[in-house]
Design a binder for this molecule. Structure first.
Ligand code: ADP
Ligand code: ADP
Length: 237
């Protein structure tokens, strides 16, 4: 598998908290990498270094290197908006905007200058299809995104992330607020998406990592203590 994200000797400090300790990790493209480990061990922090979501927090200091497709994303030339377009993110709590289903998906493309109605319609449809939500919502795209179920809202958030055509999808405990059926739907969807996207997911659920991921990185106290093919890790404890 080809590496897309290369992390070398990364240290991250939230003021005095040393949250990531000398992390080095290669993340393959078009595969699913799971981050697992106990609460507070740095999984979410490492995930957020990939779209520079945490270096905006005052007092945060980052040392080391993180490249995506060979580009050092912490170099001065990198534009964070462009980076975010390439690196979509889904959070633990579904967080659709209080707008229509259609406007949630069209939001990113509009922000990037797409105004043509037909083009937006196409993006809305293809994104909702890719997130396995089209059939359920196609007849009420003007309805508020807040009116659909939590599981549907989470798939909507995935569709919203896909609408700007990212390379990478980051999922931060994206199923832990959902019921078991919605969780399975998102797990299946994630597996379909890996043909087109590089996926990195944080989970506290070993079984989910075993079911879904190709590679697993175990975190402990700010360090990656093991990283290997999921199949090998779980068949050979
Ligand atoms: P995990 O995702 O594994 O639960 P986190 O990455 O959220 O862990 O947290 C790693 C460490 O960094 C913890 O000690 C946590 O308290 C601390 N931390 C996380 N976010 C912040 C922040 N914004 N400010 C200060 N400390 C933080
Ligand atoms: P959370 O509430 O999950 O902790 P934050 O408060 O850290 O999230 O982030 C605030 C909001 O910024 C998120 O809810 C999300 O809507 C938005 N956001 C920031 N970066 C991204 C991104 N790369 N992709 C999508 N949304 C983002």
């Amino acid at each position: 598998m080809q590496t897309l994200i290369e992390i070398s000797n990364l240290n991250l400090y939230y003021s005095s908290v040393h949250a990531l300790k000398n992390v080095s990790l290669s993340i393959p493209e078009k595969a699913i990498t799971a981050f697992i480990g106990p609460s507070g061990c740095g999984k979410s922090t490492l995930l957020r270094t990939m779209n520079r979501m945490n270096d905006m927090i005052p007092g945060t200091r980052i040392e080391g290197k993180l490249t995506i497709g060979g580009t050092d994303i912490y170099s001065n030339e990198v534009d964070v908006e462009t980076l975010r377009k390439k690196v979509g993110m889904v959070f633990q709590q579904p967080n659709p905007f209080p707008k229509s289903i259609y406007d949630n998906i069209a939001y990113g493309p509009r922000l990037h200058g797409i105004r043509n109605k037909k083009q937006l319609d196409e993006i809305v449809e293809s994104s909702l299809r890719a997130a396995a939500l089209w059939d359920e919502v196609k007849d009420h795209l003007k309805r508020s995104a807040l009116s659909i179920s939590g599981g549907q809202q989470q798939r909507l958030c995935i569709a919203r992330a896909l609408a700007v055509n990212p390379d990478i999808l980051l999922m931060d405990e994206a199923t832990s607020a959902l019921d078991p059926i919605s969780t399975l739907k998102i797990e299946e969807l994630t597996q379909e998406l890996k043909n087109r996207y590089t996926i990195v997911m944080v989970t506290h659920n070993m079984h989910q990592a075993a079911r879904v991921s190709d590679q697993t990185a175990f975190f402990l106290n700010g360090e990656v203590v093991e990283h290997a093919d999921t199949e090998k890790l779980f068949s050979n404890p």
